[in-house]
Design a protein around this ligand. Structure first.
Ligand code: NAG
Ligand code: NAG
Ligand code: NAG
Length: 348
């Protein structure tokens, strides 16, 4: 029913609209494809429910929106990926053979808005962006428990002019992850709960990754997470670059590693830790970052010994550690950050 309504609306002259009314509906794997004759509006008022088993998905996605210009997704409804079975049965550490389905893929979507919708319990990433430009998420919600593996809230790759504003993201993995080829990304007024915080990377695992630049994260609250704001790159493998990054006005509550650059990122020992990372990091500002750290090392900048980080600034950082494993400290390796105002805890 959804596919035939979509085809009709997409092929008709002028702008088209597809409404999913209030209620709960099972929805199989669908590709909502363009190009369409005009702007498209997908108004989701009800809750769409994915097949519970990953084997019922033909591929690594559930709902895919592709080749669309001037798309609006809205309506107050939800996409429920029913991930619980997949997380348990297929929780396979780094060794998953077949990628689990992503709730919502936006492939080559331009000049578009996603607002007032919720993604629940995705089997893998909740949202994945590829080749998209001028796409805004506002009042977008993500809900999944802390134990849901690899369920990044929004993953951005090879996309530019992406805005994420006034949103609430609670999930088991990265709140927002920013991968290769992401440019001009603005994240403001976002709350991130449990999971791994806001991450740039990981980068340097694959050959010829496009640069990441122009990432602005402002007025966000990050709570009960493993990391706060993080840049992570793999040692030993491939080159790349990360530049013009600003994290400003961020509140950390009960975060294990509130500020972290990790150029030794190597989960499941998939790399040679003895060789430094080849990814260049430059022009990074951490400004007005306050709150609490769950570990004594509140600031950890571990840069590469072969390409040390350049132009890193720590400005008015105040992170309190109250636990018994103290004293609290800031640690910097292969980087000499410019320190403006106070830096608490001291170090670097
Ligand atoms: C970006 O997309 C929005 C929403 O469709 C649109 O109003 C705006 O004009 C677009 N901006 C540019 C520069 O095309
Ligand atoms: C900062 O974000 C919070 C929501 O997390 C919002 O209530 C507040 O208005 C924002 N402040 C500014 C100055 O935008
Ligand atoms: C801190 O976060 C951890 C991990 O999410 C959580 O288990 C713990 O209850 C939180 N502590 C407080 C005081 O909220």
């Amino acid at each position: 029913a959804l596919l035939s309504a979509w085809k009709g609306a997409c092929g008709a002259a002028g702008s088209g609209k597809v409404v999913i009314p209030k209620g709960k509906y099972s929805l199989g794997v669908v590709d909502l494809l363009g190009p369409c004759k005009g702007a498209m509006h997908l108004q989701v008022e009800g809750t769409l429910v994915a097949p519970a088993k990953a084997s019922q998905h033909r591929k690594n996605s559930w709902v895919t929106l592709r080749y669309l210009d001037r798309l609006t997704v809205s309506g107050g409804g939800a996409f429920d990926g029913q991930g619980e079975i997949a997380w348990q049965r297929e929780s396979c550490g780094g060794g998953c053979k077949k990628a689990l389905p992503v709730n919502l893929r936006f492939d080559f979507v331009t000049n578009s808005i996603v607002e007032d919708v919720t993604s629940i319990d995705s089997k893998q990433f909740h949202v994945n962006l590829l080749g998209s430009k001028n796409l805004t998420f506002q009042r977008f919600s993500v809900k999944a428990p802390g134990h849901s593996p690899n369920t990044d809230g929004i993953h951005i790759g090879r996309s530019e002019e992406i805005n994420i504003i006034d949103s609430n993201i609670m999930t088991g993995d990265d709140c927002i992850s920013i991968g290769r080829g992401s440019r001009q990304v603005r994240i403001t007024n976002v709350r991130c709960g449990h999971g791994h915080g806001i991450s740039i990377g990981s980068l340097g695992k694959y050959e010829k990754e496009e640069p990441v630049s122009g990432i602005y994260v402002k007025n966000c609250t990050i709570y009960d997470t493993d990391n706060g704001v993080r840049i992570k790159t793999w040692p030993a493998l491939h080159g790349g670059s990360v530049s013009n990054i600003q994290f400003e006005d961020i509140v950390m509550q009960n975060v294990s590693n509130p500020i972290i650059i990790d150029q030794m990122y190597c989960p499941h020992n998939e790399c040679n830790r003895k060789m430094p990372s080849k990814v260049k990091i430059s022009d990074v500002i951490f400004k007005n970052i306050r709150g609490s750290s769950r570990t004594p090392t509140a600031v950890q900048l571990t840069c590469s010994s072969s390409v040390p980080c350049k132009n890193v600034e720590l400005s008015n950082v105040n992170l309190q550690y109250t636990g018994s494993k103290g004293p609290a400290k800031s640690i910097c390796t292969n980087v000499k950050p410019k320190i403006i105002g106070k830096l608490i805890p001291r170090g670097c």
